[in-house]
Design a binder for this molecule. Sequence first.
Ligand SMILES: NC(=O)c1ccc[n+]([C@@H]2O[C@H](COP(=O)([O-])OP(=O)(O)OC[C@H]3O[C@@H](n4cnc5c(N)ncnc54)[C@H](OP(=O)(O)O)[C@@H]3O)[C@@H](O)[C@H]2O)c1
Length: 271
Amino acid sequence: MGIKKTVSVLGLGRMGSALATALVDQDYEVTVWNRTPKTLPGAKSVATPEEAFDADVVVTCLSTYDVQKPLLTNKIKTLVNLTSGTPQDARATAEWAKSNGVEYVDGVIMAVPQQIGTKQARILYSGQPEHHVLEAFGEPVHVGEDAGLAALYDLALLGIMWSTFGGYLQAQALIQTAGITAQQFTPLATDWLATVGTFLPEMGEQTAHRNYETDVSALDINVEGLRLLTRASEEQGLDTTVPKALHDLFRRAQSNGHGAHSIASVIEEIR
Ligand SMILES: NC(=O)c1ccc[n+]([C@@H]2O[C@H](COP(=O)([O-])OP(=O)(O)OC[C@H]3O[C@@H](n4cnc5c(N)ncnc54)[C@H](OP(=O)(O)O)[C@@H]3O)[C@@H](O)[C@H]2O)c1
């Protein structure tokens, strides 16, 4: 067995603390830095980021790129960037790393802190190939050489999550107006989500081939359904931002000639 690399973690928020703990648990020699001084069992705390840059690998997990950018210097040997950003943010950091002689891995964490260190935590990463420290955090998946790809996947997947949560919360608000409890409704919602998931491969195919023929469900009836959901929410005195936004989008696709097509045709409006 080879000697493990020394690793520093910048940022001991909810996620950074979980990452640093996972490294300690995997017997890495860990140094940590946080703006608000903090200690972490098994790790050495330092007062400035510079003191953390002696390590073989520096892992960053800060709230934003704006916070992170001024902290980075060419003293870093290998940067594993786990701060969330856009693909452009990641590519700019990769360029910076290249011109400063810093090895660069850009990663995103598809998990919550409580899952770090387990196989459920998928770490999508792009840029330079595999880095063992990522294995301490979960299941690393290399998504490509382009440093922006991990961030692109991240935002695409989170977009699905946020839209789903928006729809679920609208549904809970609506259901609860009739005195139905969250506990009564949730099992039906999770079953329904599993069914909805089975529609995605066919929908994806249609978006790829731009062929929206359907014998399942036409956009016309879905526009009408969204109008009903908006009206039902209004009738109950609820906010209508979520159904209205979808209704507007779907209706625009309908008026642009997709009424008889499948819901997948809405992508033409998005594009
Ligand atoms: N939490 C999750 O479930 C999750 C999941 C996937 C990805 N992520 C990503 O992980 C990153 C960190 O998230 P988190 O949940 O750990 O956030 P958090 O708990 O709010 O921690 C934010 C970290 O950023 C530091 N920070 C904020 N402003 C700063 C500044 N001006 N200068 C220096 N440090 C500053 C904080 O330091 P202080 O302690 O001094 O405030 C703290 O260490 C984000 O990019 C997030 O998108 C989080």
